[in-house]
Ligand binder design. Structure first.
Ligand code: HSE
Length: 314
């Protein structure tokens, strides 16, 4: 019997973007997760996760209430009053978790888009955000949309308020290209959040406010030199960089090769560099990989423009 199903691709994301801890993120073209939603053969069954692939020697829970995509799906189905239709979900991980690439967020964003589409698209993308963020909350215990929002809607996303999910898409300068290097170190977001002090000295807050304000100005005015001068993290990077062996050398290598800016992607360990051409981003990515290799750390490089599509229905 043929089953009606929807398959989607949900892109990886770079959260924080140096200047905006928990309030800024952008999507990249790859890697990303694939999620499949379908009506199962038995319409009386509750929602189930039927397959999880691509997790290597790790395991993700099949119990929907313990799985980020599962929770996102359940909350959406409850909202729509559709819990008893025998809907099945497949999760195909195409990126490592604990990588700083927004892996759990991508699965949650993909799950809500796939299920919404399967049910005839009753909600728009922005309305799906709340359910996907609830899913991601399972992974790190905090409610923030800086990975989920850009994965869901694409582009560079500013979150005025995580509590009310007041999100805004920012302009994307034409030639921006990103090199993201994922070193083979695993950092759980929960742990990377635990190392952060909850106090910020006033002088540091002033510098950081200047940096994010000028970063946003640079996006609106297409001023890449200003963007480069603005991409500075005075608060989070100094506290987290010791979790990433070789970080200073990697960052210096990127900046010396000509990147506009370089910092930790999300909670790390991935490191991103923003460049003004694809050719440069490739070259910057290679020197970053070389710098990790000098510390005996293997890595993967992804070069991509900013992904402006978000979750795609395949
Ligand atoms: N803003 C989050 C953090 C992103 O840095 O902890 C990772 O989920």
């Amino acid at each position: 019997m043929s089953k009606q199903e929807v398959r989607v691709f949900a892109p990886a994301t770079v959260a924080n973007v140096a200047v905006g801890y928990d309030i800024l993120g952008f999507a990249i073209d790859r890697p990303g997760d694939e999620i499949v939603a379908r009506f199962g053969a038995d319409a009386t069954k509750p929602f189930t996760i039927t397959s999880i692939t691509g997790t290597g020697d790790k395991q993700l829970p099949y119990e929907p209430e313990k799985n980020t995509a599962g929770v996102a799906a359940l909350r959406l189905l409850e909202h729509l009053g559709e819990t008893g239709q025998g809907i099945e979900l497949e999760i195909h991980k195409k990126m490592p978790f604990g990588s700083g690439l927004g892996s759990s967020a991508a699965s949650a964003a993909g799950a809500v888009v796939a299920i919404n589409q399967l049910l005839g698209a009753p909600l728009n993308r922005e309305s799906l955000l709340y359910f996907a963020v609830q899913g991601e909350e399972v992974a790190d215990g905090s409610f923030h949309a800086d990975n989920v929002a850009p994965s869901l809607v694409g582009g560079i996303t500013l979150i005025r308020s995580n509590a009310s999910l007041d999100i805004h898409q920012l302009p994307v300068p034409e030639n921006l290209q990103v090199a993201v290097v994922h070193p083979e170190i695993e950092i759980l977001t929960r742990d990377a959040r635990a190392v952060l002090s909850d106090q910020v000295p006033l002088k540091t807050a002033v510098r950081q406010t200047g940096a994010i304000a000028s970063f946003i100005t640079a996006l609106y005015t297409n001023d890449l030199p200003l963007l480069g001068r603005s991409l500075k993290d005075y608060i989070i990077e100094p506290q987290r960089k010791q979790l990433i062996k070789g970080f200073d050398e990697v960052k210096n290598a990127a900046l010396e090769r000509g990147a506009l800016g370089c910092s930790i992607s999300g909670a790390g360990p991935s490191v991103f560099a923003i460049c003004d051409s694809g050719y440069l981003a490739q070259s910057v990515g290679q020197v970053m990989q070389d710098a990790f290799a000098k510390h005996g750390i293997e890595s993967q490089l992804y070069v991509s423009p900013i992904n402006q599509r978000g979750v795609e229905i395949l």
